[in-house]
Design a protein around this ligand. Structure first.
Ligand SMILES: [Fe+2]
Length: 412
């Protein structure tokens, strides 16, 4: 046996790969902009209790980022033109660009809010009784809401029958993220008395020097939110300060103080993914409920693994729009199934769709994947009922595009 060249020896590679020799090292190992944010703004620090049974026991430090109030009461901010709830598209655009968030007034009607509020509270109770409630340092989260009530499907696709301001929201998000944006996850965040404030952070965790957001978050107030019950903490305008520092390759200096966002139930708050924010402290005895609906560029990996998690019943009734938003679509040949670009068909119902068809076959326990084949494969192996044959056949019959060549009957 010939010996392996020494250049491929792991020890040799290691010896040639010490710190400064590595390419792109500074960029990849940089902890900026948060490193300089924390260094130059000591009032912003991570409140991180170590064990879940310590949650609720933390030291309130006066003057910290969470020791704050709403904009109209804040000495630093009260005379600045921070976003106010509005239905005016021109105003909302200007707020979002300048301050990194905007507040859409009455995006949900009172009845639409009430439906979600009841569903969230019932689900929270049910998950507690089932022993599967997700406790968080701030209270309780309900994850993967799409399976937990039709009102949540409507929320993800901004269907006006569930979100009266849907068309306006979609316009703003499309301008921020470009077309074909998708949903990262939909979570109900319940903040309870005794909860720990969340550390200020950016939701966007890549391309932090970007000039436009890679992701945004749509926060829907299901209860009124303010400084008493833990209205989301934000540093207005921080999205620009941090991304400009990154582009200049300079540390972030002293930041203005954080505020609690205040909003009436039914308001949708769209935040730029680069904005510094975190959950506030609920000082009241009542639950504070906010729906967190992250949206992002279609090429980013989503927070929720919708391919696995969506209930079959939800998949069956989902509109093409909802499916696309959950990522049941190949874009730029990503998220394909058993073939380059396969899954990009516009039709996504079970009869014609590609990705959904594979998922449904898996649900039935009938997904037959193409495995190892060769010149000596037996006829029954070559003629197996591979799911890809079925899906391609249906796509072609339905007028959809399908990979060339697939579907021929094997010779045997
Ligand atoms: Fe966040």
């Amino acid at each position: 046996m010939s010996s392996i060249p020494k250049e491929f020896d792991p020890d040799h590679i290691k010896s040639k790969s010490t710190g400064v020799l590595q390419m792109y090292r500074d960029e990849i190992t940089s902890k900026e902009p948060m490193r300089s944010v924390l260094k130059n703004n000591p009032e912003i620090y991570f409140v991180q209790p170590k064990r879940s049974n310590d949650w609720g026991n933390w030291e309130f430090k006066p003057g910290s980022y969470y020791d704050t109030t709403i904009a109209s009461k804040h000495p630093y901010w009260k005379n600045k033109d921070l976003p106010k709830s509005s239905k005016d598209l021109v105003q909302l655009r200007a707020d979002f660009l300048k301050w990194g968030y905007c507040k859409i007034e009455a995006a949900l009607s009172i009845a639409q809010v009430e439906r979600i509020r009841e569903r969230v509270l019932d689900q929270a109770e049910g998950e507690k009784l089932a022993g599967i409630a997700q406790k968080t340092p701030s209270g309780q989260n309900i994850n993967c809401c799409v399976n937990k009530g039709f009102c949540f499907e409507q929320l993800i696709e901004h269907d006006p029958s569930g979100v009266q301001g849907g068309p306006l929201i979609e316009q703003l998000v499309s301008e921020a993220l470009g077309s074909d944006w998708i949903c990262a996850s939909l979570i109900a965040a319940i903040s309870l008395k005794g909860g720990v404030p969340q550390a200020l952070h950016q939701d966007q965790n890549n391309a932090l020097d970007s000039r436009s957001p890679m992701s945004i978050n749509i926060l829907t107030a299901i209860t009124d939110i303010d400084d008493a019950n833990g209205g989301t903490l934000v540093i207005p305008g921080s999205h620009l300060v941090l991304s400009e520092a990154m582009r200049a390759g300079k540390p972030v200096g002293k930041l203005p103080p954080a505020i609690n966002v205040d909003a009436k139930a039914g308001t949708m708050i769209i935040t730029d993914g680069r904005l510094l924010h975190g959950t506030g402290i609920n000082h009241t005895d009542k639950a504070r409920i906010v729906m967190l609906n992250g949206m992002q560029k279609h090429w980013l990996r989503q927070q929720e693994n919708w391919m696995l998690s969506v209930n079959p019943e939800v998949l069956k009734r989902a509109s093409p729009k909802l499916l696309q938003r959950m990522g049941y679509q190949a874009t730029n040949s990503a998220q394909t199934n058993e073939g380059h670009g396969f899954g990009a068909n516009g039709t996504v119902d079970e009869a014609n769709g590609a990705i959904v068809g594979f998922r449904m076959a898996a649900d039935r326990g009938e997904y037959l994947r193409v495995g190892e084949l060769g010149p000596s494969s037996k006829p029954e192996e070559l003629n197996a009922a591979f799911t890809i044959r079925d899906i391609v056949g249906k796509a072609r019959a339905g007028g959809g595009s399908a990979p060339v060549g697939i579907g021929r009957v094997a010779k045997g």
